[in-house]
Design a protein. Sequence first.
Length: 136
Amino acid sequence: MFDIGSSELLLIIVVAIVVIGPKDLPRALYKVGQVVGKARGMARHFRSGLDAMIREAELEELQKQWAKENERIMASTAMPDLDGTMKPLADETAGHLPPPAEEASVEAAALPPPEVQAALPLDAPEVDPAKGSSAA
């Protein structure tokens, strides 16, 4: 952080011993440690307060964007009725269904139309449409 080398640290220790004295040096180091600890605690408290304010500002912005998007979605999927109430429009994907698979059309072609199925007796033999006769 301060980039203090070993020679600079040795110089600071020698000056502290000369100025403060060897008898009062432990008490002075204890007080310096307390001051540094309080400074770190205040910096941590300040930083957490700033982080909380930033989170609140971001949250408010996200809520505004959400409300705007919600209004846009509601405006595009609902239209007012004559009495002022909202009713949903038809599903947007209703006209965009993929074509049926070929397997389903082959199975549907193998069965006779519903009118013919209703006219057949329940115990009638199965009819193969390719041959035109019973499969029994």
